[in-house]
Design a protein around this ligand. Structure first.
Ligand code: HEM
Length: 433
């Protein structure tokens, strides 16, 4: 049968209304649309254009394995360009994207994670030991403190001393900039190119730029550069295909990209892990027992199940540069196709009783490439996927070893949308003892 030209059907509400629902109740909106229109439907979001949502692993596979010249991810991330810069791996496509990605891959290779393990555990233990017991305590901000400290150590290679505090403050402020609606909305309204003309914006980015430039400058000439294991030091030694080193601007953009992509996401995933575990005390106990026994399996399965049931990001986007045939439609250039993490992970055909938190489902049953996609896929798959899962394992291990943990309120926490991440509404509030 010849494909149908155009977009598959979807909700007929006006774009403004769809956008409003999307920004507050994305998961509900996706589920309703899936029930009504099946595993492929169109939604319309202001500033984003038309999106064809995909909730079928076969269609998701076609997108993730599709030609990167046709499926553009960077184009969908232009809103980040004023803050992350023109060289950021997140905002680029095609050859330029691959060139940056190749430079970034070596420090994030699975085997390299061991080198970071000890530092991560030290940071987590120090932070966890400072937490109060016997009172309701919100974990999400504390998880953010841990992941920020870990980024400073392992990515920037800065530890202790007078350097740490100003850099930490500037990076925190920078991170607020990337999730602050007062900043994001003007970027959307006046476009990424003109936001740099706003003095308040330039000042805040300028502060972080100054500190990073200083760090890069000194690290370039550090005597122990070759032995250092932090990401910055490795990028300074990385070479383009033509043998040239990365410029300061490239390094600056990628460091901030790693910070923005890796900090809040991992902290949120850790918060969800504790939110779910505390509602399932028997699973928390099993995890504790296995961790004490030095076993990894249940810990890994718990992390996989958390990322399945509470994925931090609900969709990923690819903008089409040409018309593409997909699922019986010829989708026009300019539309976005969006593999839907949330819906794939809730498909009862793939995951029986999808609403249940069951780490056991992943024991002896590794996640599938196109059915477990919390990190997206293909040439754009999350560069920090191994890093994030390793970090989650380290932090959870240190936490369950030290504390008995109960939910502050027995009712499950619902999700709350912050910029693009889905966080626990009450920040994973627990009582430690
Ligand atoms: C649980 C934590 C994390 C989650 C859920 C997550 C999720 C994602 C997702 C969904 C994407 C888009 C993939 C796609 O379009 O197919 C992505 C991209 C990316 N992530 Fe992560 N991420 C996490 C942690 C990290 C960490 C720790 C780092 C680095 C330190 C990182 C660095 C990146 C980068 C650089 C990209 C862009 C890759 C590219 O465009 O080629 N992420 N991540």
């Amino acid at each position: 049968m010849a494909p149908i030209r155009g977009l598959p059907p979807g909700p007929r509400m006006p774009r403004a209304l769809q956008t409003a629902i999307w920004s507050r109740q994305a998961q509900w909106f996706l589920e309703q649309s899936r029930a009504r229109f099946g595993p492929m439907f169109s939604i319309r979001i202001a500033y984003e254009g038309d999106w064809v949502v995909l909730a079928d692993p076969e269609l998701v596979k076609q997108v993730f394995t599709g030609d990167p010249r046709v499926f553009h991810a960077g184009e969908g991330n232009q809103i980040l360009r004023p803050v992350l810069g023109d060289n950021s791996v997140l905002v680029l496509d095609e050859k330029k994207h691959i060139a940056q990605r190749k430079l970034l891959l070596p420090p994030f290779h699975g085997e390299r994670m061991q080198a970071y393990g000890e530092k991560m555990a030290e940071i987590a233990a120090r932070e966890i030991e400072s937490w109060p017991t016997g009172v309701p305590y919100k974990l999400r901000p504390r998880m953010q403190a841990i992941t920020l400290e870990i980024v400073l150590e392992t990515v920037f290679g800065v530890h202790g001393g007078e350097r740490m505090a100003p850099l930490r403050d500037a990076l925190r402020d920078f991170l607020d900039l990337t999730t602050d609606p007062k900043v994001l909305l003007p970027v959307l309204a006046i476009g990424p190119d003109r936001i740099n003309n706003i003095p308040a914006f330039r000042r805040r980015v300028g502060r972080v730029d100054e500190l990073i430039a200083q760090e890069i400058g000194e690290r370039r000439v550090a005597e122990d550069l070759a032995e250092r294991e932090d990401v910055l030091s490795m990028l300074l030694q990385a070479r383009h295909d033509d043998g040239s080193p990365m410029s300061d601007a490239e390094i600056r953009d990628e460091l901030l990209t790693l910070l923005v992509a890796g900090h809040e996401t991992t902290a949120t995933a850790l918060s969800w892990a504790m939110e779910r575990l505390t509602r399932h005390p028997e699973k928390l106990e099993r995890l504790r027992a296995e961790v004490e026994a030095g076993e990894e399996e249940y810990l890994t399965a718990t992390i996989q199940e958390t990322l399945r049931l509470r994925p931090v990001i609900v969709i990923v986007v690819r903008k089409l540069t040409e018309d593409v045939e997909l699922g019986g439609y010829e989708i026009p250039a300019g539309a976005g196709v969006t593999p839907c993490i949330h819906l794939i992970h809730r498909d009862p055909q793939i995951y029986p009783e999808p609403e249940r938190f069951l780490p056991e489902r992943f024991l002896d049953n590794p996640p599938g490439t196109y059915t477990w996609i919390p990190f997206g896929g293909g040439v754009r798959r999350c560069l920090g996927a191994a890093f994030a899962q390793f970090e989650m394992a380290v932090v959870l291990r240190e936490l369950v070893r030290r504390h008995q943990i109960q939910p502050a309120n027995p009712a499950s926490e619902r999700n709350y949308r912050r910029a693009i991440t889905e966080t626990p509404r009450h920040d994973a509030e627990v009582v430690l003892s």
